[in-house]
Design a protein around this ligand. Structure first.
Ligand code: SF4
Length: 379
């Protein structure tokens, strides 16, 4: 074992045991991993026989093996699928990285009706999905009453399914109304926990304080809550990422969405470099060790920057994949970033494709609600 591999082994053992490292140790860990990744081909390790691209340095292999070991303690070999329904791409906000921001006049806008959403759920249910994720921009044409009506209809039709909302910043009262209507989970990525970096990525009217207030309200109301960040977003430093890790470990989310930043051609960040697969995989694995029972998706963005990005995500400790159940004729319009994959496939073929990809990585699809380990569900 090289000196760097021995040092990584020590840091990973400590992380696995104590769930934390000092800032200096985290910086050292990420630096050694980045350097090892760039190292020569000799000494590279194949971590999955069925995926030729699953090759990494000895140091990375130590990290990923620990992440998989911990994920398997909590979730075995199961990978949970979530049926994603992107029901509106209208948004009142103007986040600088986002392709459906309100100032992008080139975005072709759409909204799904309640019947169309229920139709997506019906198809998804028949394909075995037991979680529906309703995601959209902050579109005020769906009033709280309309959201509650959609949620309660899904709840009545599919009592054995989890309902996740991902519709942005709302008041505590609104979150409570959705919960009372039957919503179980809420996804709201903070994207960065650093106030200065948040200010750089978002317009004036959005603040990290309000985003954190939303996350705290959601948790107090009894939701399973997902937060998360972009990797390699413009202006992001390693110190920002460490601040994110500290915030998330302190907050204790049930899910953490981590995907690479990918520029969209009609945004102010169109010329910025994307985040990398490598940095994203390193971070996924470190999160698995720091917050072991958390649900960790291998995101579509990861699959967009590399043909087997999601499989590599699973091999780095991820345990959730979110295939798209939106009608095919609107999929290509929900473009937060360029090059998004799976915009033309029918839900049934997506499901089949996902099963094959998961099996190739050595895991199995579990068509269950897939709640966060240790979260007590009262139903
Ligand atoms: S990131 Fe979300 S809130 Fe921001 S513009 Fe895009 S859809 Fe709207």
């Amino acid at each position: 074992m090289s000196a760097n591999a021995m040092r990584i082994q020590t840091l990973i053992d400590q992380l696995e045991m104590e769930r934390t490292l000092s800032d200096a140790e985290l910086e050292e860990l990420f630096a050694i991993l980045a350097q090892a990744h760039k190292g020569p081909g000799a000494g590279k390790v194949q971590i999955c026989a069925d995926i030729p691209q699953a090759v990494c340095s000895e140091e990375e292999a130590i990290l990923y093996a620990a992440a998989r070991r911990v994920r398997e303690q909590y979730y075995g070999k199961d990978v949970y699928l979530r049926g994603l329904i992107e029901f509106t791409n209208y948004c009142r906000n103007d986040c600088r990285y986002c392709g459906i921001r309100r100032s992008n006049k080139k975005a072709e806008r759409y909204r799904l009706t309640k019947d169309q959403i229920l139709d997506c759920c019906r198809q998804g249910y028949n394909l075995g999905f037991r979680t529906f994720v309703l995601q959209g921009g902050e579109d005020l044409s769906y009033t709280d009453a309309a959201i509650c009506d959609i949620v309660s209809s899904i709840r009545a039709l599919y009592p054995d399914c989890a309902i996740t909302l991902s519709i942005g910043e709302k008041s505590r009262e609104s979150y409570k109304a959705y919960k009372d209507a039957g919503a179980d989970r809420y996804l709201l990525r903070q994207e960065t926990s650093s106030p200065a970096h948040y200010r750089y990525l978002h317009p004036e009217e959005l603040t990290i304080e309000n985003r954190k207030r939303c996350l705290s309200d959601l948790k107090e109301l009894g939701y399973q809550v997902g937060c998360g960040i972009m990797v390699g977003s413009p202006g992001q430093t390693l110190a920002n990422v460490i601040e994110d890790l500290r915030y998330m470990q302190d907050f204790g989310p049930h899910m953490i969405g981590v995907g690479p930043f990918i520029p969209h051609k009609d945004t102010p960040f169109k010329d910025e470099a994307p985040g990398t697969l490598t940095d994203t995989l390193h971070l996924l694995a470190v999160i698995r060790l720091m917050i072991p029972g958390v649900l960790l998706p291998a995101t579509t963005a990861l699959g967009t920057i590399h043909p087997v990005g999601r499989e590599l995500g699973l091999l780095a400790g991820a345990n959730v994949i979110m295939p798209n159940l939106s009608p095919v004729n609107v999929r290509g319009k929900y473009l937060l970033y360029d090059g998004k994959i799976c915009t033309g496939d029918e839900a049934a073929s997506c499901r089949h494709c996902m099963d094959l990809r998961i099996a190739r990585a050595g895991y199995q699809t579990a068509m269950v609600r897939g709640d966060c380990a240790g979260f007590a569900v009262n139903d």
